[in-house]
Ligand binder design. Structure first.
Ligand code: GLU
Length: 469
């Protein structure tokens, strides 16, 4: 056990909508494999032909790549392993571990109705299950059988779930599972077992919606001579209202977050904490996460999705990003908004001016717009309304001082102080008209920094345009 080579997997079904919470089931097994220098396998469970889509596969693969969740093997598509599953079904039939069942859909429904009427739990009654000394009904003509697994009778299945503790399910609760349909296609739980065995998975870390499948999977695996892996069933991710996250109640896909300007490291950090903790650490790097990750600190209660916390984390990461990199990843957002980042001040400088306050890359992109619009053409009325006549002498002093100073933040800040002191006015009285003169709005980042980024010459031109006489 000590030197076990850890192998984990993420086994999504590419059906329907893949939201952020779904990727948590990729993050934990990935981190566990990386922490233990093991292998992480990506397996696409696409046997539900009606519901599986390439689009969903793309969303999964893109999302994982964007978050940097690299896999060592795969993607392995179950649809490409159908022959293997059929082979194992055959082996099981030959070994007497499974048997053909000719009960029709209709008969099964009748049986169920009867059981329900008798207040019994509906289950297959074992009619076609061969037993020593038991004679089976004559095989009906024209009916293709399903293949059922001979579930053990009596006793129970016990496993020590790494999240939920010991779970025990009586075998009496489990009827003989169909492992192959009449057309020979294998069923879901069976494929999972064959794959987990063939892929030598040591730890199955997945959502707790699979707890009910686990005893069945363990029984089949044992019948095949395998050793069941360690299971860790993760509690569901719920929204503020305590409902399971879904598209209907506002869950977003990773792509949506990417488009809204979230950083992958913020998402990763957020997902890491969605059901796992390390002391009171809230902001940590991917490397720290891998370093710290263990199964024993997985939470037992439902993890609550908290969009505000995610936004807060994103802000933390934006604020602490290297401006060069931030500019690089913000540029596509700016282009999307129609901003020509070449025609204006240095983009890295503009971005670094905004990074302290922004929550998303989209917000930065919206903020940089100001610096790439042409100089405002203010009407006389606009000027009169926004640049009080009383402030004009101070504004003129400011322009004079700027025109002969070093273009630095410190110099601009000193000039503002001098002019304010000389004219006995407060900062907003001067800064607001200056902002308006520069951009036709009073909402800008700190004025001394703005002047540096805009450039002295451009700033002086714009300021001089508001002197009416
Ligand atoms: N394909 C299953 C799902 O997407 C996961 C199966 C497993 O992890 O065992 O829910």
């Amino acid at each position: 056990m000590l030197f076990m080579h850890i192998r984990t997997r993420f086994a999504p079904s590419p059906t329907g909508f893949i939201h952020l919470g779904n990727l948590r089931s990729a993050l934990y097994p990935w981190a566990f494999a990386r922490h233990n220098q093991g292998d992480f396998i990506l397996r696409i469970e696409d046997t539900d032909l009606e519901r599986s889509t390439q689009e969903a596969v793309d969303v999964i693969i893109e999302g994982m790549s964007w978050l940097g969740l690299d896999w060592d093997e795969g993607p392995i598509y179950q649809m490409q392993r159908i022959d293997r599953y059929r082979e194992v079904v055959k082996q099981m039939l030959n070994a007497g571990l499974a048997y053909p069942c000719y009960m029709t859909e209709n008969e099964l429904n009748l049986l169920r109705d009867q059981q329900m009427a008798n207040k019994e739990k509906p289950r297959y009654d074992g009619m076609w299950r061969p037993e020593p000394g038991k004679s089976l009904p004559p095989i009906p003509e024209g009916i293709s059988p399903v293949i059922r697994f001979k579930n053990p009778i009596g006793g129970s299945v016990i496993w020590n779930d790494a999240v939920k503790g010991q779970i025990e399910i009586s075998n009496d609760e489990l009827d003989d599972l169909v492992i192959a349909r009449p057309d020979g296609t294998p069923t879901y739980n069976f494929c999972v077992v064959v794959d987990d065995m063939d892929m030598k998975i040591t730890h199955v870390i997945r959502g707790d919606d699979h707890v009910n499948n686990t005893p069945r999977q363990i029984n089949i695996m044992k019948a095949l001579g395998g050793t069941p892996p360690v299971y860790a069933h993760l509690p569901t991710v719920v929204n503020d209202g305590g409902e399971k996250m879904s598209k209907r109640n506002g869950a977003m896909s990773v792509r949506d977050y990417q488009r809204a300007g979230y950083l992958p490291e913020a998402i990763l950090n957020y997902l890491a904490r969605l059901g796992w903790s390390h002391g009171d650490a809230e902001v940590f790097t991917k490397e720290q996460f891998v370093d710290w990750f263990d199964l024993k600190n997985l939470g037992r209660s439902p993890a609550q999705h908290n969009p505000e916390k995610l936004l807060w984390l994103n802000h933390q990461y934006i604020q602490n990003s290297d401006p060069m990199r931030l500019a690089e990843i913000t540029e596509p957002f700016a282009h999307e908004l129609g901003i020509d980042t070449e025609s204006g001040p240095d983009f890295v400088q503009v971005v670094s001016l905004l990074q302290d306050r922004a929550n998303t890359l989209l917000e930065i992109a919206e903020g940089v717009k100001l610096f790439y619009l042409p100089a405002p053409q203010l009407t006389t009325d606009q000027i009169k309304e926004n640049i009080p006549e009383a402030i004009v002498p101070a504004l003129k002093d400011l322009v004079d001082a700027i025109s002969i100073c070093e273009p630095s933040k410190e110099a601009y800040s000193a000039i503002f102080k001098q002019v304010l002191a000389k004219h006995q006015i407060k900062m907003p009285a001067l800064a607001m008209p200056v902002r308006y003169a520069l951009f036709a709005t009073t909402k800008t980042p700190a004025i001394d920094s703005v002047l540096v980024v805009l450039g002295k010459e451009e700033a002086l031109n714009r300021l001089s345009n508001v002197f009416l006489d």
